[in-house]
Design a protein around this ligand. Structure first.
Ligand code: HEC
Ligand SMILES: [Cu+2]
Length: 362
């Protein structure tokens, strides 16, 4: 009871910390959402106690006292019936008005919001910053005290973005755009979860929203967009497995198990030795050598990314999308280097063991 009271009071100040009922308030709309929540909760408590008390009192007062007592009950009471219709009506109107105000706030992003394009797919989130040409996976960096609008769609099934501390949530739907906006009011890292059951690894489909100072934002984005440009070839594998592999992981595993496409484990050895059969009946080893289709194995991987339908591996469907225009040359090199060094980047179960900067994980 006490905690309800303190939490209700807490909602009157913006940016309230986490309490027994709700997480921290870290966006401009959080206070309104919490207020609506507590108004409804309190109305429910009131009626819970009032009805329970009436129930107990009437049970005692009007209990059956013997076999021979016959009482004629009232059949109609107009003032009472008007009262129990009008009062609840008034209450739901209050709930509607409070809720609608918050809802409208949530619906309409302020003019000039910073826009991020969000793609949900099994089982990760991709965030693109069109203004900077930067892409983030499982991590979304945004400036503090700035309205941010997420324009969202799904590659496969229904997903849903939920950032509890911001009190925002919106479905992400294949073949359609939905949007959501927020303005973070406090620096820090916040959880973003998928909140629409979307299959086997739904519980792993989360991301971190990093709210950083406004003055650092542009610098961070520019760095992110060109992160790989300053890297030496030796640094590329760790970058690729952390920043690029997530675009492949829905179809290619790292642990050797079959998926929509062949596993990346051992791929470089297979490819290098030309031990790949195509559905056309050709063998990859026959396509290597001077003045042939691929000349050297690296070209096969490059072509696999830019023109995946060119040669389709036996046992699979031509389901791979082209990455033409989506990967820069240096990123393609990074992927090739990743294949070559996959053993150093993953453990036996296919878990990634390095950070983007090459330091060991954990
Ligand atoms: C939607 C599913 C899908 C995605 C996403 C995908 N691929 Fe593929 N990929 C396939 C399929 C299916 C094949 C086998 C058929 C073929 O050769 O096109 C394949 C084949 C390949 C091959 C040739 C494999 C071999 O054994 O010869 C390479 C290399 C490859 N993919 C790399 C990638 C990379 C790198 C990414 C991410 C940047 C990626 N793929 C993303 C489905 C996908
Ligand atoms: Cu999901």
């Amino acid at each position: 009871m006490f905690s309800i009271l303190t939490s209700l009071l807490a909602t009157t100040t913006q940016g309230a910390p986490a309490n027994f009922w709700l997480p921290k308030q870290a966006s401009t709309v959080a206070q309104g959402v919490d207020f609506t929540f507590f108004v409804i909760t309190w109305i429910c408590y009131f009626f819970l106690f009032a009805i329970t008390a009436a129930l107990i009192i009437f049970m005692i007062k009007y209990r059956r006292k013997g076999n021979d007592v016959i009482v004629k009950g009232p059949t109609h009471n107009t003032p009472l019936e008007i009262a129990w219709t009008a009062l609840p009506l008034l209450l739901v109107v209050v709930i509607f008005v409070v809720g609608m105000r918050g809802y409208l706030d949530l619906q309409q992003a302020p003019e000039g919001s910073y826009e991020v394009q969000v793609t949900g797919q099994k089982w990760f989130w991709t965030f693109e910053h069109p203004q900077y040409g930067a892409t983030q996976v499982a991590e979304l960096t945004v400036p503090v005290n700035t309205p941010v609008r997420l324009l969202m769609t799904s590659q496969d099934v229904l997903h849903s973005v939920w950032i509890p501390d911001f009190r925002v949530k919106m479905d992400v739907i294949p073949g359609r755009y939905t949007s959501l906006w927020f303005e973070a009011t406090a620096l820090g890292d916040y959880n973003l979860n998928c909140t629409e059951y979307c299959g086997k690894d739904h519980s792993k489909m989360f991301a971190t929203v990093r709210v950083i100072p406004k003055e650092d934002f542009e610098k961070t984005m520019i760095k992110l967009a060109s992160e790989y440009e300053d890297m030496s070839v030796g640094q590329l594998p760790a970058y690729a497995i952390n920043r690029l592999y997530n675009r492949c992981q829905s179809c290619h595993t790292l642990d050797g198990s079959e998926s929509t496409g062949p596993s990346f484990k051992g791929l470089w050895d297979r490819v290098k030795s030309g031990d790949v059969n195509f559905i056309s009946g050709e063998k990859l080893s026959n396509l290597y050598g001077e003045s042939t289709t691929y000349e050297v194995p690296e070209n096969y991987i490059r072509t696999s990314l830019l023109d995946p339908q060119g040669h389709i591996v036996q046992g699979y469907l031509g389901a791979m999308p082209s990455f033409q225009g989506q990967l820069k040359d240096k990123q393609i090199t990074a992927i090739i280097e990743m294949f070559k060094h996959l053993d150093e980047l993953t453990d036996a179960e296919g878990n990634i063991t390095v950070n983007p900067d090459g330091t060991p994980r954990q």
